[in-house]
Design a protein around this ligand. Structure first.
Ligand code: GLY
Length: 345
């Protein structure tokens, strides 16, 4: 192990029986990769990376390096087919290993290729964006998009390990910070505690620890895992209504403020708790107002398409008992709360 790998870091275990794995968080943790490869017994590794080759440490075994591109445009079945063909040409076997390195779109599509190839080959994620470190790379959801919608084809495929190297974040563009902080802000309302003012690696650690505990209780998203979608119902609608000009983290941020207002309008929480939603989101420098453009009626129409909306409009909403998935929220109340939201001009 290199000296860098010995720097102190935090390890969180996602305990899922024979699918358990560690998430290592800290500066330089990517240097744990050769040790993980050696421990896996893999004789060959394919690294699929949206970062330059030198971003990924040597694996210690015969390695094929494939270049990927972060972004929704490449999160397709044809990208997955290309990857699988390259795996096959390299004679990757079921006992070998795939490594993904990049943002959440890369860990999603490489994870999906690993889930499919030989009906499942081990994968290690090296997430390089804040969003991927606090959410996308942990929990085993993998997917690609169809023209009809995002993440429509996917599989649950837990990684062998996740290496959240905070050194990757040093060069992150501004909009990528917004994306990640949107997810960290919503953690405040799903049981992670108040993370404001903590050093970044502790905010990442607490967000991952909360996600791990939720995934351990509901790996297949049949109940508790819905909590991770706090603020997401409106968030996804805002992304779609703005043709994705509004980034995911911005949508979740505004969606979190809205979730606080809606919970108060339904008498689930008091005004002070609703105001806390605004304070927390604003603390992280995130938007708190609706963008100019989409009308409340348009947003409601988009929210009806949400995958949680099996019985009318559904939201994850706060209460004295904590957050819960609430079905059949009256459309009239949703429209009133949207009408009353501040708007960016
Ligand atoms: N990103 C939500 C989940 O993993 O369930």
């Amino acid at each position: 192990m290199s000296e860098t790998a010995l720097r102190p870091h935090r390890t969180i275990r996602v305990e899922l029986g024979d699918r358990s794995y560690p998430v290592h968080i800290g500066a330089g943790v990517r240097n744990l990769l050769p040790e993980i490869v050696a421990g896996s017994g893999a004789k060959r590794v394919v690294v699929v990376s949206a970062r330059p080759r030198e971003s990924v440490p040597e694996t210690g075994v015969e390695t094929l390096f494939l270049t990927a591109r972060d972004g929704e445009q490449d999160k397709t079945l044809s990208t997955v087919e290309d990857m699988c063909r390259r795996f096959a040409d390299f004679h990757l076997t079921r006992s070998d290993l795939v490594v993904s390195c990049g943002g959440g779109t890369t860990t999603d599509s490489v994870g999906f290729a690993a889930a499919l190839f030989h009906r499942g080959v081990a994968v290690v994620h090296l997430p390089t964006s804040l969003l991927a470190q606090v959410d996308a790379s942990v929990g085993g959801k993998t997917a690609v998009n169809l023209p009809q919608g995002k993440n429509l084809v996917g599989a649950y495929w837990q990684p062998k390990a996740v290496l959240c190297d905070t050194d990757f974040l040093q060069t992150l563009p501004r909009e990528e910070w917004t994306n990640g902080f949107g997810e960290i802000a919503r953690c405040h309302f799903i049981g992670a505690g108040d993370l404001r003012g903590l050093p970044l690696h502790e905010q990442i650690g607490a967000s991952v620890a909360r996600k791990a505990s939720i995934v351990m209780a509901d790996e297949r998203d049949t109940g508790l895992r819905h909590l991770l979608n706090y603020g997401h119902t409106l968030g996804h609608a805002l992304e779609r209504a703005t043709d994705f000009a509004m980034r995911h983290g911005e949508g979740v941020a505004v969606g979190t403020v809205f979730a606080g207002r809606l919970a108060a309008a339904l008498g689930r929480i008091d005004e002070a708790r609703s105001a806390e939603h605004l304070e927390v989101v604003a603390h992280y420098g995130l938007p708190t107002a609706l963008p100019a453009g989409p009308t409340p009626a348009e947003l409601v129409a988009l929210m009806r398409l949400d995958k949680k909306a099996t019985d009318g409009l559904s939201f994850v909403l706060d209460s004295a008992r904590g957050p819960e998935l609430v079905h059949a929220v009256p459309e009239r109340v949703v429209l009133e709360v949207l009408e009353a939201m501040p708007r960016r001009l």
